[in-house]
Design a protein around this ligand. Structure first.
Ligand code: PHE
Ligand code: ZN
Length: 897
């Protein structure tokens, strides 16, 4: 489209009456109420004219009747957030429209009366990105304007059917802005035109040939640096790859580019999926509510998931960058080419894409390490969510604010459900199902049922019982009982879940000979389909130890029917299991028993000896080169994971008990820990810094040793020794991984260690030199420290000039980190009150972030009576707040139920 289509800009605001009405009461939306649109926007043209403090958005919508609609009404509802969008003009086929006769306005929408086929609706609106603190829609962040449209941000840019089942071709997207201040103009697809406008302004026009829902729209206008590379696809097409960031961060983009190319190759190899445009752009932004966004051909990333170099990013940061780059890239097929019919189907794209990124990371690094990391995450985040008031099936039945359903359940448990398909159907069967899914649904917006049908039809496997996983919330419990007699081993499995009917649960099992440790029966997938089911293994030569739920084949809690763990069997598995995941798991279970003994009474010699043996064997294992596995085997289960195992959580008691076990093991193995530490130091000295599995593993293991050694701090003498060790670790750090490990230890030091702590914190701050991501680490390490006066420290940090509630990363780094500290649960409830006060302010700025952070208060039923009541009272105060966002209202009211 040519120049500005804006004729003599009228200043009358057509929707001002709606905007000034009191905000609408929160509405609950139900999955069962889904109805197709009577009309579809099949094509759209947009013009963004960006000026300081005011952006004018002009659109042309090409509207056609929807064939699959069979309802009564012929009116088309356009979504539009009148608190953000001022409607300046509205015309249909060139004729201005009358409110009342041609259209009506209501909060959040504009209803267009019975548009004829082939209608072209033109809208002109004004928005103010500079005032958009919610970071949804078009907003300003530092030197750039950028958009975030998932799930419902597009309605904060213009009036439109803002739902994923309206897929349109964005044919012409024209951006106009000041040339000097904003040299880069980006949107989805390919650029087809650009040039000067004469008055110091310039423009670029983009087109995206692939029809897409509005949530995948994106434009970026800013002053940015970039790196460039190319990738040749399997069919020989050359794709230009560009990664943009603020100029001062451009040197930290190489790892993202590398990861992007690896992702593109991996998706071709594993799923036969090729990239479809000539250009792939990624932009890093500082203020972002989530991790990253898969906008077609123009991904937007939170800087935390794209910038990485050895001096500012830890090994875990590097791993996350690789994973998230993969995740967004994989969305191009699972999300963009095939998208969701409605938001209740979110797991269709998210569960599947998380599964794909996990498989990618597993292939790029170590499969077992990856599995352990993912299951640790699932237990700490998703199991906890599923046990509280936000519990929901991976396909929810209702929501008030969709933003609240980008959850661990939809994402991580969703990925586990996809993994179970693969476990049940085999890797080849799963691939066949994926092929059929794309064959059937490429270019459309579909449901979870469509995915299941493709999997079932491609393999001939009946998955009707498996479908229950989509509608059942909560974590199922599987109990097991065993019997061995005359060469026959009988395993009895019983399931219990929130479903009346039994779920179809794949349980991977292997049997190890009790005498020799040899594998007597290799891994087999058992189909648990009844409430209780017996599985027989015949013809065995001698008694066996079962290794159940290998690779964590289903997202369940596995417990012995007797209620008592067989510690001897656990010790055996911790030493000899051939399944990397279960070997780790057995050790974790031993540690868990020991920690709970310490909490409730005293550690027993028997359990301690088993745990000690497992710990000692791992620590002194000189054969294995899989250092990460060794490191994870030495780390005690997290307080969050431990809390999941009891009905009433006393966080301080759990913290103390875990600490007691840690210190006892540290003292027991002080010599070996130091030996291993020194060995690893020597092995790494002088060698070049690398971010490969072996180097990461060595650093990880060495840092675990450091952590144990630094936990020995009873006497002033010991405090000195620990501080000296951590300080030298800090000073000689080879990169950010070691620095963070050292500072993490130092941050909790007191007494003789206090001066080293303060010195290190100061040095770290100075070295950060204003780098936002490094400063985030500085805030969060302090917020997570184990010190008596932590709340006061956090309060002081909140007043620090570098702190702001406006940047979500910064907010999470201090406030979010504090909410994970045991000190948050300090008896008086001062931690809870502190959080509530912050949420009151934050909700006015950014409801998505305030509601997410409120998650720490809604678990009150899990805590002892006294704590629980204080948390609940704070929640009540939030509920009474006026105004309150829909997002926060939903979380808080679910929390109070
Ligand atoms: N769709 C994004 C992802 O998972 C997450 C996201 C959701 C980002 C909503 C922003 C807003 O990759
Ligand atoms: Zn995603």
């Amino acid at each position: 489209r040519g120049g500005s289509t804006l004729s003599s800009a009228t200043t009358t605001v057509l929707n001002s009456a709606v905007a000034s009405e009191e905000t609408a009461a929160p509405v609950e939306i139900f999955r069962k109420d889904y109805e197709p649109l009577p009309h579809l926007v099949e094509k759209i043209n947009m013009l963004f004219s960006i000026e300081e403090g005011k952006t004018i958005v002009t659109t042309e919508l090409f509207i056609e009747p929807n064939e699959s609609y069979n309802g009564k009404s012929r009116d088309l509802t356009l979504d539009g957030d009148e608190t953000c969008v001022k409607l300046l003009a509205l015309s249909l086929n060139g004729k201005d429209l009358e409110e009342g006769t041609d259209y009506t306005l209501a909060p959040g929408k504009l209803i267009l009366k019975n548009p004829p086929a082939g209608a072209v609706l033109k809208t002109v609106v004004e928005i103010v990105p500079e005032d958009n603190t919610q970071l949804s829609g078009l907003y300003k962040d530092g030197p750039m304007y950028c958009t975030q449209c998932e799930a419902m941000g597009f309605r904060r840019i213009t009036y439109y059917p803002d739902r994923p089942d309206n897929m349109a071709v964005f044919e012409n997207v024209r951006l106009e802005a000041d040339k000097e201040a904003y040299p880069v103009l980006l949107a989805n697809g390919n650029m087809i035109d650009s040039g000067d406008l004469g008055d110091g302004r310039h423009y670029a026009t983009w087109t995206d040939p692939y029809p897409k829902p509005s949530y995948l729209f994106c434009c970026v206008v800013g002053d940015l640096g970039k790196i460039h590379d190319t990738y040749t696809t399997m069919s020989g097409r050359k794709v230009d790859l560009q990664v943009f960031s603020e100029s001062h961060n451009v040197h930290k983009l190489d790892y993202a580019m590398e990861s992007l190319k690896n992702s593109m190759k991996w998706d071709e190899d594993r799923f036969g999926l090729e990239y479809d445009l000539d250009l792939y752009n990624i932009v890093a932004v500082d203020s972002f509510n989530m991790g990253a966004m898969e906008n077609k051909g123009l991904n937007v990333f939170n800087t935390a998931y794209v910038l990485a170099d050895k001096d500012t990013a830890t090994d875990s940061d590097f791993e996350r960058v690789e994973g998230v780059i993969g995740h967004e890239y994989f969305h191009n097929w699972t999300g963009n080419r095939v998208t969701c019919r409605d938001w209740f189907q979110l797991t269709l794209k998210e569960g599947l894409t998380v599964f794909r990124d996990q498989e990618f990371s597993g292939d790029m690094n170590s499969k077992a390490v990856n599995r352990i990391e993912n299951v640790r995450g699932l237990r700490a985040g998703q199991f906890r969510e599923d046990a509280g008031p936000m519990s929901h099936p991976i396909r929810p039945d209702s929501y008030i604010s969709m933003d609240n359903f980008y959850t661990a359940t939809v994402y991580s448990k969703g990925a586990e459900i996809i993994r179970m398909y693969q476990t049940l159907l085999s890797v080849e069967g799963f691939r066949k199902g994926m092929d059929l899914y794309f064959e059937r649904h490429d270019g459309s917006a579909v449901t979870c049922d469509d995915f299941l049908s493709a999997m079932s039809d491609a393999t001939g496997v009946d998955l009707s019982q498996f479908a229950l996983w989509y509608s059942t919330n909560g974590t199922p419990v599987v109990t097991y009982d065993t019997k061995y007699e005359d060469g026959t081993f009988v395993l009895t499995l019983t399931q219990k879940s929130n479903s009346d009917k039994p779920l179809h649960i794949p349980i991977s099992v292997g049997l190890l000979n009790k005498e020799t440790g040899e594998e007597a029966v290799a891994t087999k997938v058992l189909d648990l389909k009844e409430m209780t089911q017996e599985f027989k293994f015949e013809g065995l030569k001698g008694d066996v130890v079962p290794s159940i739920l290998r690779e964590f084949s289903a997202p369940v809690k596995l417990l012995p029917a007797s209620g008592e763990e067989d510690e001897e069997a656990l010790a055996f598995l911790a030493a000899r299991d051939t399944d990397g995941f279960n070997k780790w798991e057995a050790g974790q279970k031993l540690f868990t028993s020991l920690i709970f003994q310490a909490k409730d009474a005293e550690m027993t010699d028997k359990t301690y000896d088993f745990a000690k043996e497992a710990f000692g064997r791992t620590l002194t294992d000189k054969e294995s080169k899989d250092y990460s596995i060794l490191a994870y085997a030495l780390i005690l289960p997290s307080e969050g994971t431990l809390g999941e195992l009891v009905d009433v959580v006393d966080p301080i008691a759990i913290h103390k008990a875990r600490g007691a076990v840690k210190k006892r093991l540290a003292r027991e193995f002080a010599t070996e820990l130091k030996e291993r530490y020194d060995e690893l130091t020597a092995a790494m000295e002088g060698s070049e810094f690398k971010v490969d599995a072996e180097s990461i593993g060595m650093r990880r293991l060495r840092n675990v040793c450091l952590e144990y050694l630094c936990s020995i701090r009873e006497t002033p003498e010991e405090q000195k020794t620990a501080a000296e060790l951590a300080m030298s670790h800090f000073k000689k750090a080879s990169g950010m991984t070691d620095k963070v490990a050292a500072l993490g230890a130092l941050a909790s030091m007191d007494g003789e260690g206090a001066s080293a702590r303060d010195e290190a914190l100061e040095t770290f701050y100075k070295d950060a030199d204003g780098d936002a991501l490094v400063l985030n680490k500085w805030f969060s390490l302090q917020a997570m420290a184990d010190l008596p006066d932590i709340l006061d420290r956090v309060k002081k940090l909140k007043e620090h000039p570098d702190f702001t509630l406006k940047n979500p990363n910064r907010c999470r780094s201090l406030i979010g980190a504090f909410a994970m500290n045991t000190a948050f649960h300090e008896e008086s409830g001062a931690g809870y009150a502190f959080l509530r006060e912050i949420l009151e302010d934050l909700d006015q700025l950014n409801p998505q972030i305030s509601s997410r952070m409120a998650g720490s208060l809604i678990q009150w039923k899990k805590y002892d009576e006294k704590r629980g009541q204080i948390m609940k009272a704070e929640l009540q105060k939030l509920a009474d707040m006026k105004p309150i966002s829909d997002d926060l209202f939903e979380i808080v009211s679910r929390g109070l139920k």
